[in-house]
Design a protein around this ligand. Structure first.
Ligand code: LLP
Length: 381
């Protein structure tokens, strides 16, 4: 978890909280490791809050994002005393106010603004453009802040934004920070002071060397410089950049298959285990677990057993592996297991946490078929 510490330390004397985005990899042992370091957490559901609590995380360091918070999720989070609700719409603000009144517990809020900056990343993971469903425009945010400021049941705490994921350039983030700061000045003029500025997550990682992702230090430096308020608390919500390159997916080669012009390496992992290649056309490196120098390679598509043409893990790769050998799909620590499913009635993978060279723990057992069918019933009449 050196990457979390790198973010944390880079802030120096600036008040800050590094809130790990739980959605990225929510295994309890991962959350526990971060909680022990003093991490904050960015959650998007009541389920994620339950995980944070079970892992020993401090609810007072939790921020709650997401456009569709239900009443029961709001009650749960308010009852547990989370740090802040990141509000994404007018309707959500009113709903939270009513719940805060009902529980007689004022709710700390931040409005998620959509700074309309192009993060230059894949369309499905870009969130800060005005056509995206996230946040509200600055024009819409102003009356919401006025309303919240005047409400007995809401406490204005901060402002937040998140412009997208897998960002490989700092410029869009700096631009977003600049727009947020300009807006903050308008709030200050109206006597609405903010305790924190939350710039979301988004820092990318190297899936391949040429990605050349900025370091956590460079990212934090750029944010602090753009915000330029040494007293204010800065929150960030990194996910992928903390955990992405800490995980691999290990899979066994089942068959090699030749279809005239194309060669396939059929492995026992599939799109249900790692959906990023199928969903975003994402490229993740694939290497042999045991590498034999100068072994003859084949140019193959690495595919799984799922009955979909989109079921591939990598295309046109040069690999020497033979049936029975193992492959590692790299950079699978973020948005890997958490996005997996049981499609084709495939039990999901076990998760192993490795600590240094000599310690490892099975932190999630492989699923059984009974696990998959639990809760289903036959009709008996
Ligand atoms: N905060 C908010 C409000 C978010 O929506 C996200 C990610 C994060 C923080 C964390 O972003 P990160 O630091 O990981 O970039 N499944 C996609 C990525 C979806 C990201 C969704 N939001 C993928 O596999 O590329």
């Amino acid at each position: 978890m050196q990457r979390w510490q790198a973010f944390d330390q880079a802030f120096g004397s600036q008040p800050h909280l590094v809130c790990y985005a739980v959605k990225t990899n929510s295994n309890l042992a991962v959350l526990q490791t971060l909680a022990k370091l003093g991490a904050g957490f960015d959650i998007v559901s009541g389920g994620e809050l339950a995980r944070v609590l079970r892992a020993g995380g401090d609810p007072g360091k939790v921020v709650f994002s997401g456009v569709g918070k239900t009443e029961s999720e709001m009650r749960f989070a308010l009852h547990m005393g989370i740090k802040c609700f990141n509000i994404e719409s007018e309707a959500e603000l009113y709903r939270l106010e009513a719940i805060a009144q009902e529980l007689a517990t004022p709710a700390a809020i931040s409005i998620r603004v959509n700074p309309d900056v192009d993060p230059k990343t894949h369309a499905y993971i870009s969130t800060g453009l005005k056509e995206n469903k996230f946040g509200v425009s600055f024009e819409q945010a102003l009356p919401l802040y006025r309303y919240a400021f005047a409400s007995e049941h809401l406490v204005v705490h901060g402002i937040d934004c998140h412009i997208g994921s897998q960002l490989l350039s700092l410029a869009p983030l700096e631009e977003a920070a600049k727009r947020v700061i300009d807006f903050q000045a308008k709030l200050t003029n109206e006597g609405i002071g903010l305790h924190h500025i939350d710039m979301g997550g988004g820092l990318g990682i190297d899936y391949q060397p040429q990605d050349n992702a900025p370091t956590p230090e460079a990212y934090v430096k750029a944010l602090c410089a753009a915000i330029n308020q040494p007293e204010i608390e800065i929150l960030i919500e990194p996910g992928r950049s903390i955990i992405g390159n800490n995980g691999i997916l290990v899979t066994k080669v089942e068959y090699l298959k030749n279809n005239q012009d194309k060669q396939f390496m059929i492995v026992d992992a599939a799109m249900n285990d790692l959906i990023r290649p199928a969903l975003y056309d994402a490229w993740q490196d694939i290497v042999e677990v045991t590498q034999i120098p100068e072994a003859k390679t084949n140019n193959v598509d690495v595919v799984g057993p799922v009955c979909e043409t989109g079921d591939f893990l990598g295309k046109t790769r040069n690999l020497a592996a033979q049936p029975g050998d193992y492959l590692a799909i790299l950079s699978a620590g973020a948005y890997g297991f958490v996005m997996s499913s049981n499609y084709n009635t495939r039990p999901r993978a076990a998760e192993i946490m490795v600590d240094g060279a000599d310690k490892h723990y099975c932190v999630r057992a492989r699923e059984t078929l009974d696990d998959l069918m639990r809760g289903e019933t036959l009709i008996t009449d």
